[in-house]
Design a protein around this ligand. Structure first.
Ligand code: F6P
Length: 363
């Protein structure tokens, strides 16, 4: 066998936890250690551990038996080493020096980073600083540019769908409108998939600003046709047509000063006031991110992980593992960094859902 380009690599998980992180760690580690004999340094709590040199050598017993475990055995954080620090960028410089020191001290040839959008942006900045990084796309939001799928997403879809199924019981027993809010600040993939899978009558996603009149007309129409209950699936980052005209600052201020804890509550109140229907709200929150990964996510996380091990061996650094159609590919980090994959308004699933009468709240 040709000599491996990597002797030692560090591995970290960054950003919000999601199902499949441990499956991916296991995939990289088993292949890198078992086939190529690489030394693996576990870095705790995302980029924070990289700054603080919070590291330990991972042994086979660390990455065995973790396939089904939720969360991440490494811990995670939302630390952004390049985040602006008020009036000076001294702290950024200091963090960067510390990162380079950790990299050197541990004799790292590369860092494998399991993260979402922001974390890949950071990975690319580290690449620009001369560090070798390989990214693996994780998030329940499925919004990472350059990959058709992220691990974590399908488990969250399964959880949200089950919740919608259960809410149907109360909806039809009490003739109520049940509003369920799922995660997704910028992208509505989770609301779209779980909404369709759960038979949501209305699906509100951030990419399609909603008009409360449209929602009202749809719900009234259902009631007139004898369907006196409805399920409304709302992404947490949904915006109204009026909000869509605001700039980011105005929107932030409106949300801060708003009367409602989350978007789901706001929409529920508007539905109640405009239709007189009995409405209840469920906010799914972090339940969507917890627990064992689905079989699908276990498979994709394992696949991404083993491909990352091959990249380490070949010395193909500075890339993110991605799925494109049915192929697993590696994309240069600069091609994906700083971008987001939103739901296109003309997405085929939106068309399909409209064909069965689903309302997206648009005018
Ligand atoms: O990025 C994943 C995600 O779960 C989003 O869907 C959600 O908006 C956010 O994280 C919540 O973050 P936190 O767990 O830090 O509150």
């Amino acid at each position: 066998m040709k000599k491996s380009a990597t002797n030692t690599f560090g591995i970290l998980t960054s950003g919000g936890d999601c199902p499949g992180l441990n499956a991916a760690i296991r995939g990289v580690a088993k292949a890198a250690y078992g086939i190529y004999g690489m030394k693996i340094i576990g870095i705790s709590n995302g980029y924070k551990g990289l700054i603080e040199d919070d590291t330990r050598v991972l042994r086979p017993e660390d990455f065995s038996g973790i396939l089904t475990r939720g969360g991440t055995i490494l811990g995670t954080s939302r630390e952004k080493p390049f985040g602006k620090v008020k009036d000076s960028d001294f702290a950024v410089d200091k963090k960067l020096d510390a990162i380079k020191e950790t990299y050197k001290k541990n004799n790292l040839d590369c860092i494998v980073m399991l993260g979402g959008n922001g974390s890949h942006k950071t990975a690319n900045l580290l690449k620009e600083q001369g560090l070798n990084v390989i990214g693996l796309p994780k998030t329940i939001d499925n919004d990472i540019f350059g990959t058709d799928i992220t691990f974590g997403f399908h488990t969250a879809v399964d959880i949200a769908t089950e919740a919608i199924d259960r809410l149907h019981s109360t909806a039809h027993s009490h003739n109520r409108v049940m509003v369920i809010e799922v995660m997704g600040h910028n992208a509505g993939w989770l609301a779209l998939f779980s909404g369709i899978a759960g038979g949501g009558d209305v699906i509100i996603i951030p990419e399609i600003p909603y008009d409360i009149e449209s929602i009202k007309n749809h719900l009234n129409g259902r009631a007139k046709s004898g369907k006196e209950f409805s399920i409304v699936v709302v992404a947490e980052g949904a915006i109204s047509c009026e909000e869509a005209k605001m700039d980011k600052k105005q929107l932030k201020l409106k949300r801060k000063e708003g009367l409602f804890p989350t978007k789901g509550y706001e929409i529920a109140r508007e539905i109640e006031e405009s239709t007189g229907m009995d409405v209840r709200v469920s906010v799914l929150g972090h339940l969507q991110r917890g627990g064992a990964p689905s079989p699908y996510d276990r498979v994709i996380a394992t696949q991404f992980g083993t491909v990352a091990a091959e990249l380490l061996y070949k010395g193909e650094f500075g890339k993110m593992v991605a799925r494109e159609r049915d192929n697993i590919v590696a994309k240069p980090l600069e091609e994906v960094a700083g971008k987001i994959k939103l739901v296109p308004k003309e997405h085929i699933l939106i068309k399909n859902a409209r064909m069965i009468g689903t309302c997206f709240g648009d005018k």
